[in-house]
Structures are given as C-alpha cells and as structure tokens.
Design a protein around this ligand. Sequence first.
Ligand code: CP
Length: 325
Amino acid sequence: MSAETLPANAPVFGYRHLLGIQGFSAEEISFLLDISNRYASALPQDLKKESILSGFTVINLFFETSTRTLTSFELAAKRLGADVINMQIAWSSIKKGETLIDTAMTLNAMHPDVLVVRHPDSGAVKLLSEKVNCCVMNGGDGSHEHPTQALLDALTILRRKGRLAGLKVAISGDIKHSRVARSNIYLLTTMGAQVRVIAPPTLLPAAIERLGVEAYTDMRAGLKDVDIVMMLRLQTERMQGSFVPSIREYFHFFGLDRDKLSLAKPDALVMHPGPMNRGVEIDSELADDIDRSAIREQVEMGVAVRMACLDVLTAPERSRRAQAR
Ligand code: CP
C-alpha cells in the first residue's frame, strides 16, 4: 500500500514540499486524506512489512519542543523503512551561533531525502526549503501553519462523522497565535465546512473573517449547534505581555466544560491538538471522556497522516530510483 498503488486516474500531487495547507485544492486535500485513511486502516502486521522508504533518510529538525509531531514523524518514517535522525538542537552547532540556513546547508550536504522542520518563526520552513535539495515538511512554523496537524484533525473528523462538507466547526481559544487554527481554517473551508472561531477580542486576529470564517467573542453563542468543538491552548510562548486578565476568568468565559458543550449538537465531538492545559481551556474530566472526546484518536491519526505525507512526497524520487535500477 502506497501512493503508487492508487488508481491511475488519481490526481497527481505536484508539490515537492509540504509547507502549508493554504492553496491546496479540495482534490489535493482529499488525495492526502484518502492515503492517510488507508494507512490508518491498515493492520499493524501490514505496516511492519512496509519498506517503501528503505534507503531513504529523514532528518527531524525541531527548533521548538514537541511530543506528538516529532514522535509521530519518527514512527511514521521508521514504519516505512527509512533511516531517521532526530537532530538534538541543544547539542548542535546552533548553540555556537550557526544560523538556520547554515545548519540546513550542512545537513543538505549529507544528502537527506526529507527534512521535517519545526521553527518558532513564521516562514522559516519555507525559507529553508528554498536552500536545500530534499523534500521539506513543515512540522509547525511560528503562528503560520501546521499542515499535518490539520490533515490529522480532518482525518479524525472524517472517520467519526463521515464527511467534512456542511459540518459546523468551532475553533476556540488563542486563535491569534495558533498555526493549528490557520491550517484548519484553510483545510476545513476548502472542504466545505462552516468554520467559526471563538476567542476574546485580544486573541482574535484582525480581519479574520477574510479567511471565510465567522468570529465570536461569546463562546456560548459560538458553540450553538456545532458538530465539532476544537479547543486550543493559550500559546504563552508566542505572547509578549498579557492577553487575558487571569486564568480563572479565562476558564470561566472560554474554558470548555459540560455546561458550555451542551449548547453544541448532542453528538458534538470535542477535539484538541495538544498539548492540553487542563483547567485552562478545557475541563479535565471532559477531555478524558471517550464518548465525547477524540483527542487520543487525533494522536493516533497523526502517525497515519505522516506516513501518507512521507509516502506522497517521496514518490517521485522512489520512481526515479526504480527506473535507474
Ligand atoms: N499538536 C502538536 O503539534 O503537538 P506537539 O507540540 O507535541 O508536537
């Protein structure tokens, strides 16, 4: 099972890098979700036999902390048979003042096939992709985009609800600093979902409606009759100054609890990309309620989506190598 086994009439994915969701067509998103779903449905014994990336090297270059994205990219690449290196930034020459570009050029000289990059600056991953020969995948750049997170969120919704088009999705929390919110807005609006964003005025980007969403500063109004409630944490690492009066007040007005969730549809699904701050943006007991919360499933889908993206992006090089044999 890989992108190469799709029907001949499947759309071609004509991108060398995966930098963001913005600009992807509904067909391109569906293509990635279809392959992701195949990986998610595959039996563990089948996945262990995968070796389509045998002879390929994947380097994870994370300039910000990560649990889910880093681990699932490593697992996904290893399940496909790749050699994987996780760069230890704390032990790298970046600590001696080497720039992002010099670091990228140095790694490029070792001929990796894929670089997965997370960086605190919006646009840094795109800049890096212009300097190297290999595929670059964005593991999250500043408050710009986190494309594989949006894909895994969409796959989770699709598997639970059977569709994206027509669903009412509320994304609630620190919209201003969230790359997850941006990638999800691009993906969900392109796929025909109705997206609302909910946040205090201080955490809503100016003119967010231009992205095709409805903005709410009253969480109760924003949650009315939605199918999906996607919660976001306060991205304090990107904040300069204070954006909320107090955590206690924030939870009172913008924390998801059962009382506020009762305004959504009775079968509304609760989601969170993680890491969660329990008692800040979400009630702890609700987050763990497997009847309402898909948070663990989101993590599980992360591996499948990253396998699919690695598969699709390396397909041209795999085909080149096969012809050269
Ligand atoms: N959702 C997400 O990106 O989590 P990590 O920061 O743990 O990778």
